[in-house]
Design a protein. Structure first.
Length: 385
């Protein structure tokens, strides 16, 4: 379930915090684009019961806030075991007594911290402008006492990280659908949405087949057909639904192999990178550029937690971007500690590298689609002002 609306609500100051579900990027990306803190926990640490599903293997309910404290207080209220979500049972013995807000801290905690930079895995795909700014912030971490270890690469990144951008069917692109995240998601969605719909009492729609047919029957409002045959919310219509429908939810050998490969390879990959501290010590986190979608994609397949912090807006597009920290399963305490420490450094050191309002073309426009002529006038007035 996409979480853009959740992020916009917080970014517009309409609400203090919000929740969102991430399957692959739907907390981290909207948080980044709205200049927010996005906190995506380990799969199962927050219950998915009652949430519109996409994949039981990857769905995770996370939080948005304008500050780390806001996002963490919201997270601290929703994590825990829920018998309605069997994945939540795995957290027993892996969570701190007293919750996660106790790990909020200040920049002084950065002294002695050790962070890794998976340069070849992710950073090489960031554009130069972002790399310059993010490197400046990372230098500030070093001045605050943190140690930065470069080239802490994801194990087998050459195989599992797409070189051409975010691609959840990258396995199939390589010729191996049995190593594709999309193979898993298509089957999971067919089955998971059926279970979700079976619990609803206010609709006769009970299956993905029903949803697809409803969208065709109501093409004017629901956009069942792709452009130009219809007026869809997505240019390609409901092609994702149709791809899932083709699987009939059958958990065949290709699916089972894909579940095993995507989960194991990404977990091994992140855990390996985290083990590359000085003299074999464990890193406190991996620093990654979340605008490189492959970063949160690997964490999504692993079911591992990520937090993103706002840093700046792009010098040419005005689009916000941030710096993310990646951890292993149930590493949320580490994420809270280091995200809050970095944020405190951002807010108290006089650096401009902190939460900044978006400046992209027409971001305040109320009319959709945006009238370019009107927006040019508005932009000119803003420049004069």
């Amino acid at each position: 379930m996409a979480s853009s609306g959740s992020a916009v609500g917080v970014g517009s100051n309409a609400i203090a915090f919000s929740l969102g579900t991430e399957t692959d990027g739907s907390v981290i990306n909207p948080a980044m684009r709205n200049s927010l803190v996005g906190f995506k926990p380990t799969v199962g640490l927050t219950s998915r019961a009652g949430v519109i599903p996409e994949s039981e293997h990857q769905d995770s309910v996370g939080t948005f806030g304008r500050t780390v404290r806001d996002a963490v207080y919201a997270f601290d209220a929703i994590w825990g075991i829920d018998p309605r979500d069997e994945y939540s049972l795995a957290q027993e013995g892996h969570t701190p007594e007293g919750g996660y807000t106790q790990f909020l801290t200040t920049k002084e905690s950065l002294k002695g911290a050790v962070f890794g930079i998976p340069w070849k895995s992710f950073w090489v795909y960031a554009d130069d402008a972002q790399k310059r700014v993010l490197n400046s912030l990372i230098c500030s971490l070093k001045h605050a006492g943190a140690k930065i270890v470069n080239n802490t690469e994801i194990l087998d990144y050459e195989t599992i990280v797409s070189p051409h951008g975010w691609d959840w069917d990258y396995g199939s692109f390589r010729g191996f659908p049995n190593e594709s995240e999309y193979t898993v998601v298509k089957v999971d969605f067919y089955n998971n949405i059926k279970t979700y719909l079976s619990e609803l009492e206010n609709t006769n729609i009970r299956s993905l087949e029903d949803i697809v047919q409803y969208n065709y029957d109501n093409d004017g409002s629901e956009g069942g057909n792709p452009w130009p045959l219809g007026n869809p919310g997505f240019y390609s219509g409901q092609d994702g639904f149709l791809a899932s429908l083709e699987t009939k939810g059958i958990k065949d050998e290709t699916y089972l192999q894909a579940v095993e490969f995507t989960g194991r390879s990404t977990r091994d990959g992140i855990n390996h990178a985290l083990s590359l501290g000085p003299k074999g010590t464990k890193l406190n986190g991996l620093l990654v550029p979340p605008d490189v979608g492959q970063s949160y994609q690997i964490a999504a397949q692993a079911g591992y937690p990520v937090v993103t912090l706002p840093v700046s807006v792009h010098e040419s597009t005005g689009m916000p971007y941030g710096l993310a920290i990646m951890q292993t399963a149930y590493g949320e305490a580490e994420l809270v500690k280091w995200a809050s420490a970095i944020e405190d450094l951002q807010l108290t050191s006089g650096t401009p590298l902190k939460r900044s309002l978006p400046k992209w073309y027409g971001y305040l426009e109320r009319n959709i689609p945006i009238n370019n002529a009107d927006m040019l006038t508005v932009a000119s007035l803003e420049l004069v002002a």
